[in-house]
Design a protein around this ligand. Structure first.
Ligand SMILES: C[S@@+](CC[C@H](N)C(=O)[O-])C[C@H]1O[C@@H](n2cnc3c(N)ncnc32)[C@H](O)[C@@H]1O
Length: 217
């Protein structure tokens, strides 16, 4: 459902011009799948889950080469400027990969779950402080309303499942580390639209990333 997005100015220096990523076009298969599951999550099936898990299992050994030392900066910015300071409780970082940002999630939300569909990604993740969970973000193994936050960094958005798993004050934290050049990218307006019911969001940029934090309106 369409909702309001408030765009905040960035608080860091804008990055120097960088060449566009060659794999980030709008017809990238991951972009198409991102849009598909956001708009129509019912189309996500076992075959797609197996295919995606296999794809990321193969990337797992070199995934660490893709991230810089400050890869959690947009997450910290979103937590600091987008998430209400009073919000506390459990969080699920869905599509946590090899756990590059899981400690940052665990520092803000307790307990934190690092949820992965690709076993090889999860196997390479640290055993703590986030609890590793092999599961599908479309079917989180948590009770209705159990979570304070669903954190998605370059990961697919399953709106109805976020809505089910989040408590009344819960937030969806959406990060695209290369902004619109991220294969798994949605603009903030599309994130809000993908969530059932009435949601509002705060959005901004940090480094080359875009982020938004959505909460019920
Ligand atoms: C582009 S990677 C991002 C990993 C990490 N968040 C990062 O930014 O480094 C997307 C991750 O989402 C995982 N993933 C894809 N579909 C998923 C699903 N339905 N449930 C849980 N994880 C999923 C993939 O296995 C992959 O590790």
């Amino acid at each position: 459902m369409p909702g309001t997005v408030t765009h905040l100015d960035r608080v860091d220096a804008a990055p120097d011009g960088r060449p566009p990523d060659p794999y980030a076009s709008a017809d990238h298969p991951m972009r198409r799948l991102t849009e598909q599951v956001a708009v129509d999550p019912g189309t996500w099936d076992d075959a797609q889950r197996r295919q995606v898990a296999g794809f990321f299992d193969e990337l797992a050994p070199e995934w660490h080469t893709r991230a810089g030392p400050d890869c959690d900066a947009p997450l910290r910015d979103a937590f600091g400027r987008g998430v209400p300071g009073s919000l506390a409780g459990p969080a699920a970082e869905v599509g946590s990969g090899i756990g590059l940002t899981s400690a940052t999630v665990a520092a803000r939300f307790t307990p934190a779950l690092a949820v992965e569909v690709a076993p090889e990604m999860l196997r390479r993740s640290p055993a703590g402080p986030a609890h590793r969970v092999l599961a599908d973000g479309a079917r989180l193994p948590v009770a209705d309303g159990a979570l304070a936050a669903v954190v998605l960094m370059n990961a697919f958005l399953f709106g109805p499942e976020c809505d089910r798993a989040l408590g009344p004050d819960g937030v969806v934290v959406w990060i695209n580390s290369r902004g619109p050049s991220t294969p798994i990218h949605l603009p903030a307006e599309a994130v809000v639209d993908a969530l059932p019911g009435s949601w509002v969001a705060t959005a901004s940029e940090c480094g080359s990333a875009t982020w938004c934090v959505a909460r019920r309106g």
